[in-house]
Design a protein around this ligand. Structure first.
Ligand code: SAM
Length: 311
């Protein structure tokens, strides 16, 4: 087992999140685009695989593949098959194209999927995802196919919005029945859209009803267990504990190493580096890591930085 990188705040780097494309087949009204600023090129299969291998050599244990919408990459199964075998490989998808691809991705070596689904009501789902392409039935078929292909435990990612907060009890039920983990995500309202639901109140209710609570190492996220359902709550905003326990590096869809979702002023371009060169860049990126929500930054400055990351 290689040594794990540790940054100057004592935080280990055990996870890598690679965005494979800026393209998406949905237009979610709140999307943060993984904090990317106008990407112009799409990372190659070779570069994505080299970064993952270099990261695995530096002690990274898990890889999350994201986008844009990663299922739009025609070479996705190939790419997964070239990833290091010792990584836990998961994919975050909107699920629209999952039914067709779940089997081949599982064969290629994908371990798990997170499916983003903000409403179980067709009309609301379409409104949140920005139009006709938001076909709920296709996502549900995708979840079934992923389950059959063994891509579990499947997580259902739900960003808590005004539009869907009343649906959360129904979503808990939906996940319990299918053995899915529900992941409730606080909206990063970088554009000041005012769409956030009341995740604080939802978490209070979960805490009151839970049979037990577990705290994950990553971000010290809380997991609530209630009547056989598993609900994880992800609340990054102004959360110094979340940042203090961040274990991730990111790679943008145009091939830049990104030490923090919420910053775009400290990226490192991979350019044409080989695996040895990428290793050095990952070490440099680790040195650039610092908690976004931390005691040293005035809140005003943090808000400004987040605003520019969203543009
Ligand atoms: N297209 C894929 C999907 O829908 O999962 C992957 C990319 S998407 C940007 C990854 C995750 O980020 C999704 O679960 C999405 O809901 C979440 N997300 C996007 N914008 C967000 C925001 N402003 N605040 C919180 N989560 C957000």
């Amino acid at each position: 087992m290689p040594d794990v990188m540790v940054d100057s705040f004592g935080r280990k780097v055990t996870g890598l999140r690679i965005a494979l494309t800026p393209r998406c087949n949905l237009r979610c009204i709140y999307c943060h685009h993984e904090g990317e600023v106008k990407p112009v090129r799409e990372i190659s299969l070779e570069m994505a695989a080299s970064v993952a291998h270099a990261a695995a050599d530096l002690g990274v244990r898990s890889l999350k593949i994201t986008g844009g919408e990663p299922l739009l990459r025609m070479d996705l199964a190939d790419l997964i098959s070239q990833m290091p075998r010792n990584l836990d490989i998961s994919l975050t998808t909107n699920g629209i194209l999952l039914a067709e691809q779940a089997g081949s991705l599982a064969k290629a070596g994908l371990d798990r999927v997170n499916v983003s689904l903000d409403s179980l009501r067709p009309k609301i789902y379409r409104a949140i995802t920005g139009g006709k392409a938001g076909d709920l039935e296709r996502v549900l078929a995708g979840i079934d196919a992923a389950s059959i292909a063994g891509l579990g435990p499947i997580k259902l990612n739900v960003v808590v919005l005004k539009e869907n907060e009343a649906e959360i009890p129904h979503m808990i039920e939906f996940c319990r029945e299918r053995g899915l983990i529900l992941q409730l995500i606080e909206l990063l309202d970088l554009q000041g859209l005012g769409l956030s639901g009341n995740i604080e109140e939802i978490e209070r209710r979960l805490a009151a009803r839970a049979d037990s609570v577990r705290i994950r190492e990553m971000h010290r996220r809380k997991k609530y267990f209630l009547d056989g359902a598993e609900v994880e709550v992800v609340r990054p905003m102004d959360n110094t504990e979340f940042c203090a326990n961040c274990t991730r590096l990111r790679v943008t869809s145009d091939g830049k190493i990104k030490p923090c979702l919420l910053r775009s002023d400290n990226l490192i371009d991979i350019g044409t580096c080989d695996r040895g060169g990428i290793r050095e860049l990952l070490i440099e990126a680790n040195q650039r890591r610092e908690p976004f929500f931390g005691k040293d930054r005035p809140k005003r400055e943090r808000a400004d930085a987040a605003g520019s990351a969203a543009k």
